[in-house]
Design a protein around this ligand. Sequence first.
Ligand SMILES: Nc1nc2c(ncn2[C@@H]2O[C@H](COP(=O)(O)OP(=O)(O)OP(=O)(O)O)[C@@H](O)[C@H]2O)c(=O)[nH]1
Ligand SMILES: [Mg+2]
Length: 597
Amino acid sequence: MVELIDRATAECAEQQRADLHNRLRQIRTRVLDPAQLVLIVGEPKQGKSELVNALVNAAVCNAGEDTTTVVPTLVRHSEQPTALIVEQEPQHGPAALERVPVPVEQVRERIDQAIADGRPVHRGEVGIPRAVLKDGLVLMDTPGVGATSPTLTTRTLAVVAEADALVMVSDATQELTHNELSFLKQVTKLCPNIAVVQPKTDLSPHWRKVVEINQKHLAGAGISAKIFPVSSTIRTQAMHLRDANLNNESGFPQLVEYLRGEALGKHDQLTRRLVAQNVADAVDTLTESLKTELAAQSPRTAAETLVELETAQARAEDLRRVTARWQKTLNDGISELFADIEFDFRERTWAIISQLNETLDEADPVPIWDEFMEWLNGALSEAVQETFGWLDSRREQLRDEVADQLREHPDARPRLDRITPPSPFELVTEPKQPSNGEYRRLDQALTGLRGSYGGVLMFGLITSVVGLPMMNVVSISAGLLLGSRSLNEEKDVRKRRRQAEAKTAAQRYVEQVVFQVNKEAKDVIRRTHRALHQHFTELTEEVQLEITNAIQEIKRSAERSAVDREDRAREIRRKLEELALLRRRAGMLTTNRITAA
Ligand SMILES: Nc1nc2c(ncn2[C@@H]2O[C@H](COP(=O)(O)OP(=O)(O)OP(=O)(O)O)[C@@H](O)[C@H]2O)c(=O)[nH]1
Ligand SMILES: [Mg+2]
């Protein structure tokens, strides 16, 4: 296996693929390392640390109701008991680690002390002589994940990828939570070798029920993991009393058998799969890029070169035609917009003006003035909105028309920001309410008097013929009648004058708004023209450059000597054969163990 990795690594180095090269180096270290790492993970306070202690029958990890594991502890086999505190030394580079030896029986206190002193503790490492660990089993107690802080989860996840097997601890007092299940789902992708351990069976009378429910949960989530119900407390007691029955009762023998048998047994198979997968991946990537290069090496005949050159030149010619066409479309479209926009808004205001005239022909403008202006402004802003909405869609239409002509870039439509319709009313002064609204009482009295005076005089003279005095019932009545009539006439004249004045003012106002709106709209059109022109010019230039480069490349390649190319092609073909062989061997690693070994 190692030789296979080395061959593949060498090929990667030769093809200057540092990424593939590094990955294979990592795999190599893992294959050579006899240690098989089993990570003990789970939510806080489930009994992870206690489980490790019970497994190795030594209090190497800090466990208890009031202690929380903050840094991982690694427990491996060693003839002599040893303990280390591994500290990160950032001043010696980001990955530099320093190992501080400590007496094994003090390891828990020393780690706590170091953390309390603010030292950058990375993990603890304990080596003890235990049969369980003899075949290279390495246990790692980890800080609780999930509930307390999500960063712990990410840190643990990074380690999970390195682990050979995973033991998820969730105590037997409670079924697996939603969080625990989703954590399991997440980690199966990184490490398919998983067991669920449920400690504290001594505390939970219903642990069998819990295990049964959890089996269903796991099946439902599509996770294939065995469940081991155990009691760390009973195991510790059994070890102390050397009582085999009690040990059986603790559930640990099955767990130990699993860890030493299945987890370790599978290790070899997993490593094979890992190596096969990664070597195959690397070889495939190399093959692919070599094939591409080989295709480029095939010597072109003079005729082929000529055809290619002609195609490229035809493209250039085509581009020139297309450029002329889109420029014409854009310019025509813009001039049309200029003409249309002027007419569009004016047409919308005609309806407003005719309604305005109608209103002011009938009503006296003075009492309704405020209401009238509110209506007028409302109608005008509605018209402005409509005009600019229309302008927006016309701009998009024009952009699409131009873009359609650039077939080389069918999706090359610039985004046009929506125009915010202007508010022209700020630039135009509102018309004032018509003057002479007030008709003073004294003036009214005088006008009435003037009318009645004539009436009295006229009818007084007529009635005086029949001998009545100048001032009589008839002449006075006639005076009153004529007086009120001339008063009414005068009021009417004044009202009409006000109406005429109001109409002129309102129409002038509308004219000014029209002027401002047209000015704004034309500005928008001018800006659109500039933006579209710039965008499409850039696009055309890009295509132009691409074509020029292609033509140059064709010429260069035609000049390159055919002999050189033939040499390189031969070399590539030879490499490809070698890679194919390597690929076959990687495949055999998982199908046929004897030949691969
Ligand atoms: N009765 C009983 N108590 C247990 C068992 N396993 C763990 N405990 C107790 O549960 C508590 C938590 O155990 P720990 O091993 O510290 O839990 P942990 O998962 O390491 O906790 P964190 O490191 O804080 O995440 C301790 O008080 C243990 O004594 C068990 O099998 N039976
Ligand atoms: Mg712990």
